[in-house]
Design a protein around this ligand. Sequence first.
Ligand code: 13P
Ligand code: SF4
Length: 307
Amino acid sequence: MIQQIQTEIEQLKRQLDVAVMAHSYQGQEILEVADAVGDSFQLSKQAQVCSQSRILLCGVHFMAETAKLLSPDKQVYLAHPGAVCPMAGQFTPEQIMAERAKHPGCKVVAYINTTAALKAVSDVCVTSSSAEQIVRNLDADEILFIPDCNLGSYVQSRVPEKKIYLLPGGCPVHASVEPEELSAARALYPEAEILVHPECRKEITAGADFAGATSAIMQYAKQSDRNAFIIGTEISITEHLQVDCPDKRFYNLSKKLICPDMKLTTLMDVLHTLRDISRGTAQEILIPAQIQQAAQRSIEAMLRLGA
Ligand code: 13P
Ligand code: SF4
């Protein structure tokens, strides 16, 4: 049954000139039909270079918006219209402009997990994999980092020479991990290394063996000589790593690391959206011209400054 659905998806993709892009938090059956799989930074790069005229994004709304910002001439669709990252809209553009005014001379750095409207009032975007490098290289000593205070505080620990102002925002999924879960996992699997995402709270990144973006966690686990790992990011990564490295053991740091929005998209949503595209009834991602221009500038600055 799954194979039948995947075959129809592949046919429609070719017929309609669609590139399916999937964030690595999507399920295995979706990754199998994707033309590009990766974390936010890798998907942004792919959105820029892919040759198809249409992009179907399997992930959350800000990722589809980002693809549209990078490829304004392409038609971009989101596989599940209800998949919205709760962190992306935690602040309004007006709030950010008011905060900026409190720190004259500071630059606003927006985590890519924000709405296009927030990107539009920022100087540069960052992903979790490029945040440290971009903040270090930015020509400003004071930074207002939005919206994730945990990623911002992680970057502050790595770039102590700059002053980073934070707001009380963050990813509810990663921030839910408690220090007690870290010590319990260590006691249960003493042979395993703990790898966590910097969206986790400071106590968690400080107590882990490695902190990094989704792609960095995956790369670390694959290249390491160790055989066991406790994964402190969305639960799909534990599953994908177990598929990619069958001889190693992967454990979840916490059962709470399940993003309900990332889990909304099913293989049938991908098929239905492709069928809707062929009927001309699919809902395209559109961004008002004024926001598009300003937000595009911060995204392009990110690609220039972050390797
Ligand atoms: P990255 O894809 O940058 O690792 O971000 C993690 C995340 O929470 C995506 O929603
Ligand atoms: Fe947003 Fe967190 Fe879910 Fe990523 S894992 S989409 S940051 S809520």
